[in-house]
Write a protein that binds this ligand. Structure first.
Ligand SMILES: [Zn+2]
Length: 780
């Protein structure tokens, strides 16, 4: 690189730099740094411009009193409920809407009939069964009555039911009514259902959205009665629940809530263990594996009713099986005692006994520290079918199953820990910070995945988190625009669900925390959002506004780029120009000039002529010489020396110092090739091997969002420039992030694909080596 020499003019260096910097080549910023105000809803007295609930914020409430029987023989739910619905809205309601989620499994549901697909050579047995003989697992509603037992007019529209009230429900009033129903339980489909174990002939039940639930009526949508199609989850009211669950008397039942009749359903030994669990530092078994294995070989002799109460929850789910091992350990969460518990069949061990309840306890503490203190008395993790997980208040159904021989791969172990953190974490988003899941998946999945990432790192150093790191979203953001939708898309319209609703918002929040806002400002604002909206129903603008309002950071450009757009981040360093300051010392300047002059005379002709031309005329005839034959054009004149002294005198001390330091100035040309503007982070490596990292805010792009030049002064010579040295902005192409460019890396072809589940997992391999080693020893 050639160093160009600059004259230090009589304007100060600072002025020079600011003049040079105040002049982007041309304005070209589109609307990337405009405020979002026309995109966000107009603030009102329910939701303020600063993102908090307004002074007239209201929400409805629904209390439930439910009696339900789990029929293990027919795999059936039979229930009756009394709902008391409180109208805290300012409006009069002539009718109310309920959700009949189970009707997703009716033959004619939108969820079923809107499925699209084609056949590529083969078809799975389950798809074949579904297509040729769809079974009807929808609700059978057998009664809708007022409190006196008179039938109420009602209309079922797919997964929604409207009840016409005899008289309109006025603001401030409540209405009670009852519903009777039953339905056949489906096989576990990722949210609810049973898992059947052929070997012992028993089923584990994971029962959710099993009762007609009130739809939400609010200030944003009125009735939120968008049909349940399958992907978009739930929009729910808070309320108090009393639930009586009748199950075979050899079942163990766990649920969203506190058990009200332990002395009726638990044995004396179990009651003793329960007391022990209150001061335990490791989970205490209430049902051991031995007892569970004995139970799965037996038969029930009758029924048992478990009574639970749950206050201020938005839903209620339960689990039941004779196969369950059950453990518990009380934890202190911000001064509150919470019973962390797990329910799992022997098929979950040894992983579940060792980790599940410990992970529940850690999750409660980690999330409480960054949001609000966990308010409920219990938190449960149940082992459902391998893989995936599903969340309900106080209870979650989680995968992660070892091999039959008790070994497991690293993936299974970490997947299980990750999914338990995630599903228990959902207690905070959306069970407490009650976002509208039917509309916005990212508000619970994204925020939760972000907190999950942080809790995973606190669980084990370098935990291999799948989501959260900026780099982890790069492959998704490289997809073309037809394969992506913005994060701000309705749940049912999302493609690449895991990347869009979980990974991208989690990475975006991590980038906000580490790179855009810094941990202190971010953590404060994030906690403030949780505090403001705990037990209330936030919408996206409330989140966007609160994070700005509490941190003092303008983030509109960030929400616009990351949440409303699909452009990727792709920065590059295009050119670097190098300048030095001319100190104007004539002695130094002239000797440099002489060096250059002499160097330029070393031409091929001159070199050869030195010997080829024996003698020139001027050399031979001395009178052919004159003044210029001995004149030293590089000698410094007295005049020049005086001029230099005068120049030095005209400088201030500070300027004189600057002139003599030999500072370097670099003009670095950054390009934003991806579109999404982000802070510019650049590492300078100096010739002595030391380095320095400079950070420029995203506003560097505010007048020109493709091209930004930056003047960077340094004392030492820079030998290498590296953009995004800590992989924090999700740059989709890092080949152009170094200057000078690094030689291209050869593309390595993968010969063998790593098997996720190889024929032998490493634990099995280790055991095999041990055995064969022992055999060899024996042979000796
Ligand atoms: Zn989730």
């Amino acid at each position: 690189m050639i160093k160009k020499i600059l004259l230090l003019t009589l304007i100060s260096l600072q002025t020079f730099i600011s003049m040079a910097q105040s002049n982007p080549a041309n304005y070209n910023a589109n609307n990337r740094f405009e405020q979002l105000e026309s995109t966000l809803p107009t603030p009102n007295s329910y939701r303020t411009a600063s993102g908090s609930p307004g002074k007239e914020y209201w929400q409805q409430r629904a209390d439930y009193d439910i009696k339900v029987e789990l029929d293990d023989i027919n795999r059936k739910i039979i229930g009756s409920e009394t709902i008391t619905y409180f109208n805290y809205s300012p409006d009069e309601l002539p009718y109310i809407w309920l959700q009949l989620d189970q009707n997703l499994f009716e033959k004619g549901s939108i969820g079923n009939t809107s499925q699209t697909g084609s056949i590529k050579g083969s078809i799975s047995a389950s798809a074949f069964k579904d297509l040729t003989n769809p079974k009807d697992f929808g609700y059978k509603i057998t009664g809708v009555k007022d409190i006196k037992g008179n039938p109420l007019r009602h209309t079922i529209n797919q997964t929604m039911m409207r009840i016409d009230l005899p008289t309109s429900l006025k603001s401030g009033q409540s209405v009670s009514f009852s519903i009777d129903w039953n339905y056949l339980i489906t096989e576990y489909y990722g949210r609810s259902g049973y898992e059947f174990f052929e070997k012992d002939g028993n089923a584990n039940y994971f029962i959710a959205h099993w009762f007609p639930r009130m739809a939400v009526y609010n200030d944003v949508y009125g009735w939120q009665h968008k049909q349940f199609i399958g992907q978009g989850e739930f929009t729910l009211n808070f309320g108090n629940y009393k639930v009586e669950i009748t199950a075979p008397n050899d079942h163990v039942v766990g649920a969203s809530g506190e058990l009200q009749n332990p002395s009726k359903v638990l044995s004396a030994n179990q009651l003793k263990s329960w007391e022990q669990a209150k001061s335990a530092t490791r989970p205490i078994l209430l049902v051991s594996q031995e007892e569970a294995e004995k139970a799965e070989k037996g038969k029930p002799t009758g029924k048992k009713t478990w009574i639970f109460k749950a206050d201020n929850v938005r839903d209620f789910a339960f689990t039941s099986s004779r196969k369950f091992i059950w453990d518990a350990m009380q934890v202190d969460v911000e001064g509150k005692k919470v019973m962390a518990m797990s329910y799992y069949p022997k098929e979950g061990n040894p992983l579940w006994g060792k980790y599940s309840t410990m992970v529940v306890a850690h999750t409660l503490k980690s999330y409480s520290s960054r949001t609000v203190a966990y308010p409920y008395p219990v938190a449960i993790s149940c082992h459902s079918v391998a893989g995936g997980g599903m969340e309900y208040p106080m209870i979650s159904f989680n995968g992660g199953r070892p091999e039959a021989d008790g070994t497991y791969s690293e993936n299974v172990k970490n997947g299980m820990i990750g999914v338990i953190i995630h599903e228990v974490g959902h207690n905070f988003f959306p069970m407490i910070i009650n976002s509208d899941e039917r509309q916005w998946s990212w508000m619970d999945e994204g925020l939760n995945t972000f907190c999950q990432y942080l809790a995973e790192q606190e669980w084990d150093r370098n935990f291999p988190a799948r989501r959260g790191e900026a780099q982890s979203i790069v492959p998704y953001m490289r997809l073309d625009s037809k394969s992506q939708v913005p994060i701000m898309a309705n749940s049912e319209n999302i493609m690449e669900f895991g990347n869009n609703a979980y990974a991208k918002p989690a990475a975006a929040l991590n980038i906000l925390r580490e790179t855009v806002m810094g941990r202190e400002l971010f953590d404060y604002a994030f906690k403030e959002y949780a505090r403001r909206w705990a037990f209330k129903q936030p919408y996206p603008a409330d989140f966007f506004r609160t994070l700005e309002d509490a941190s003092g950071v303008d983030l509109d450009w960030f929400w616009r780029g990351w949440f409303y757009g699909t452009e990727p981040v792709n920065q590059s360093i295009e050119t670097v120009e190098w300048f030095g300051i001319d100190n104007q010392d004539p002695t130094a300047k002239k000797s440099k000039d002489k060096e250059n002059f002499d160097a330029k005379r070393q031409t091929i002709s001159n070199i050869k002529n030195k010997t080829d031309i024996k003698e020139t005329v001027v050399e031979k005839e001395s009178d052919m010489n004159d003044f210029y034959n001995t004149y030293d054009r590089f000698a410094v004149s007295d005049d020049e020396k005086k001029k230099y002294q005068d120049y030095l005198k005209s400088l201030t001390d500070e300027e004189r110092k600057l002139v003599s330091t030999g500072k370097n100035f670099y003009v670095v040309n950054f390009k934003n090739k991806g579109g999404l503007p982000m802070p510019v982070i650049v590492k300078l490596t100096f010739e002595d091997g030391t380095d320095q990292v400079l950070r420029f805010p995203a506003e560097i792009w505010r007048l020109n969002d493709v091209d930004a030049k930056k003047i960077i002064p340094t004392d030492k010579k820079v030998t290498k420039w590296t953009l995004d040295p800590f992989y924090e902005i999700a740059d989709i192409d890092t080949d152009d992030n170094a200057y000078p460019r690094e030689p291209a890396q050869p593309t390595r072809l993968q010969l063998f694909k790593m098997n996720r589940q190889g024929p032998l997992n490493p634990m099995q391999q280790a055991q095999k080596t041990k055995t064969s080693g022992a055999a060899l020893e024996g042979a000796k």
